[in-house]
Design a protein around this ligand. Structure first.
Ligand SMILES: C[S@@+](CC[C@H](N)C(=O)[O-])C[C@H]1O[C@@H](n2cnc3c(N)ncnc32)[C@H](O)[C@@H]1O
Length: 227
């Protein structure tokens, strides 16, 4: 069966969140970046506005703006209710409350929706799905995965993670993944498999602390780069 939008809960983070959760420095932001599974995040739109070079891939980019907009509208209330029910699993400092979270996320998704048609024409939003990327080797400097790999460890196998990360390292010279946690807040069981596999291949593997924590305990990213 093909990818259908009714299975997706579109929920996108802001530019500021991406910068913090990937520890992106001013010089990182000048590089050629690839976001894998960016969905309706505001990162691409805002970085492009600031003069950066970024491409995003996601299977939802096969859909039209209006289709994604109505899916966001449908899922917004259920997601907010879930967040209210599970407030204790999150750290409410930078994002102060569930209501504030709703504003930040909707702001990011509106930024995305306003940019989507132009970005698609400019090939900044490409409909594609890991573990296969439609790019030539080393087209990018850093490939990013925010809230896709590791988070969905119950749905995606260790084998999928190895293939996806190998593909990210084919098209970029570094890969960063955040968070290292599953949806239920525990550490991904795939993390040791991934770190051992890439270390054996001579890839530099680092678990780096970042200045971002929303999911309680989620303040680390994985950085892979060929030595
Ligand atoms: C929880 S959202 C995260 C969105 C964004 N990265 C962020 O942090 O705000 C997960 C995204 O992964 C996308 N996705 C699902 N399957 C994928 C695949 N095989 N490859 C890449 N992205 C995928 C979904 O469409 C969705 O947009």
């Amino acid at each position: 069966m093909g990818f259908t939008l009714d299975k997706v809960v579109p929920w996108g983070r802001s530019y500021e969140e991406y910068v913090a959760l990937f520890g992106l420095t001013e010089s990182d932001l000048k590089l050629r970046l690839l976001g894998c599974g960016d969905g309706p995040a505001g990162f691409n739109a805002e970085l492009t506005r600031r003069g950066g070079r970024v491409t995003s891939i996601d299977p939802i980019y096969a859909f039209r703006t209006e289709e994604i907009r109505s899916r966001i509208a449908e899922t917004y209330q259920p997601v907010m209710e879930q967040m209210r029910a599970n407030q204790g699993d999150y750290v409410w400092t930078t994002i102060a409350s569930v209501e504030h979270l709703g504003e930040v996320r909707m702001g990011a998704m509106k930024t995305f929706l306003a940019d989507f048609d132009a970005g698609k024409r400019q090939h900044r939003y490409v409909a594609a799905a890991l573990p296969t990327l439609p790019f030539k080797d080393r087209k990018f400097d850093i490939a990013l995965s925010s809230h896709f790999l590791f988070l969905y460890s119950a749905q995606l196998s260790a084998e999928f993670h190895l293939r996806a990360l190998a593909e990210m390292l084919r098209v970029a010279r570094e890969a960063r993944v955040f968070p290292l946690l599953k949806l239920d807040g525990g550490r991904s069981p795939h993390l040791p498999v991934v770190t051992e596999h890439f270390a054996e291949q001579g890839i530099s593997v680092e678990v780096r602390q970042v200045a971002y924590e929303f999911q309680r305990g989620g303040n680390e990213m994985l950085v892979l780069s060929p030595a």
